[in-house]
Design a protein around this ligand. Structure first.
Ligand SMILES: NC(=O)c1ccc[n+]([C@@H]2O[C@H](COP(=O)([O-])OP(=O)(O)OC[C@H]3O[C@@H](n4cnc5c(N)ncnc54)[C@H](O)[C@@H]3O)[C@@H](O)[C@H]2O)c1
Length: 386
């Protein structure tokens, strides 16, 4: 089997990610069966796709013929799982991040889909290997990890689980290329894969700084916004959902070690129902869902922005040591294409003194009592090649 055999894609879950991933497949000319558990959810997913197509058409980014074909021929919706996967060559799952639910749905799909069909999960962090064990075709199960919003973000991590075949991985990489995405080959199924794993390191650092009250959320966000980011880290946590951030950190703590876990103040916020934008209160208040107003005059002078890159570089070198990627350039490729940043942590790290990097990592590990920040063997090794 090769990429030319993929003609129909079943999209399981029509939520934030599912509708976007479905749209990307439609734009690449694939037939898409969009599935969700209730009519209102598939209809909402379809509405969101059409709204996005309206924008693309309005800006002249897609021809009228493709727009018509996508709406009238390529997209179909259903709440019947057998119908969704019955003629699919590739199934992509984007349902809630709950392992037992994913395993249950994969077992059902395995029973209903043709024998040749490949099954992919868009999980952000969880083990594809464990999901694959729920099926009788683990060699055909892999990760296709898109980033939000899927239409705009260029990265797709193509993840190899323990039993994924070379053929499946090749089709995954070719599929990403057909969608005009940047596919990065993830050789080993590790929590958070590349981008989310590398980003967990600064998340832990910032969580500790806030936990100790060294900097207030508004002071930090004002600073990061002045450095050019569209959103500060506290606002981003509120936007994604404090509960989502806590669940991700808990999963990292269970799989990689306690250092990666959530700070106490985030756990407390979840207990108090302060879930961020969706509850109207998180680090900030969100009146009627409106973005918090940040007072830039409060920008902290106590935070060294380079620290976030230092801990990212250190985490990236662990991915090499664990056999997840072959080169750190692939990490940079993933980091740049999953963010709005014009450069990745590795290219920045190559511009700075390695002794500075080592000294700062040692300092951060001690000051925040986080052995995960200690410089890795690769960072400590000779030359500038981390
Ligand atoms: N939101 C992000 O930024 C992001 C980014 C990358 C990956 N992911 C991952 O994508 C997946 C989906 O996340 P999301 O943000 O789109 O969630 P979401 O809550 O927006 O959408 C999930 C959809 O799945 C549907 N669903 C629930 N149970 C189902 C079932 N049994 N069968 C089919 N559909 C079912 C829901 O009705 C909902 O429409 C998660 O694994 C998440 O970790 C999310």
């Amino acid at each position: 089997m090769n990429i030319n055999d993929i003609k129909t894609v079943a999209m399981i879950g029509a939520g934030d990610m599912g509708h976007g991933i479905a749209e990307v497949a439609l734009l690449a000319g694939y037939k898409v069966n969009l599935y969700d558990i209730k009519d209102e959810f598939v209809e909402l997913g379809k509405k969101r796709i059409f709204e996005s197509l309206d924008l693309l058409l309005g800006k002249g980014k897609i021809p009228q013929e493709l727009d018509t074909a996508m709406r009238e021929q390529l997209l179909s919706t259903t709440t019947d799982l057998a119908e969704a996967v019955g003629d699919a060559d590739l199934v992509i799952e984007a349902i809630p991040e709950i392992m037992d639910l994913k395993k249950k749905v994969f077992a059902e799909i395995d029973n209903l889909a043709p024998a040749h069909t490949l099954l992919a999960s868009n999980t952000s962090t969880m083990s594809i290997t464990e999901i694959a064990q729920a099926t009788n075709r683990p060699e055909k199960v892999f990760g296709l990890h898109y980033f939000n919003p899927a239409v705009l973000m260029r990265l797709v991590e193509v993840i190899r689980a323990e039993k994924t075949s070379d053929e499946t991985m090749q089709i995954g990489m070719d599929f990403a290329a057909r969608e005009k995405k940047v596919g990065v080959y993830v050789k080993r199924d590790t929590p958070g894969f590349i981008a989310n794993r590398v980003n967990q390191a600064p998340a832990v650092l910032i969580g500790e700084i806030l936990e100790r009250g060294e900097i207030e959320p508004e002071e930090l966000d004002a600073f990061v916004r002045l450095m050019g980011s569209a959103m500060g880290p506290c606002e981003l946590t509120d936007y994604v959902g404090v509960d989502v951030a806590v669940n991700v950190s808990k999963y990292f703590a269970e799989t990689l070690g306690p250092d990666y876990g959530p700070p106490a103040h985030l756990l407390k916020m979840v207990q108090e129902g302060k879930l961020g934008k969706k509850s109207g209160q998180g680090y900030f208040e969100w009146p009627n869902g409106e973005r918090p107003k940040i007072d830039f005059s409060k920008a902290t002078r106590k935070f060294n922005f380079l620290w976030t890159f230092f801990v990212q570089i250190n985490e990236a070198t662990k991915l090499i040591q664990e056999g997840v990627v072959d080169t750190l350039d692939e990490v940079d490729l993933a980091m740049v294409n999953s963010s709005g940043m014009p450069f990745g942590p590795i290219s920045l790290g190559r511009q700075i003194s390695k002794l500075d990097l080592i000294d700062n990592l040692d300092m951060l590990a001690e000051r925040y009592d986080k052995p995960m920040f200690k410089p890795t063997r690769r960072v400590l090794g000779g030359g500038h090649k981390f």
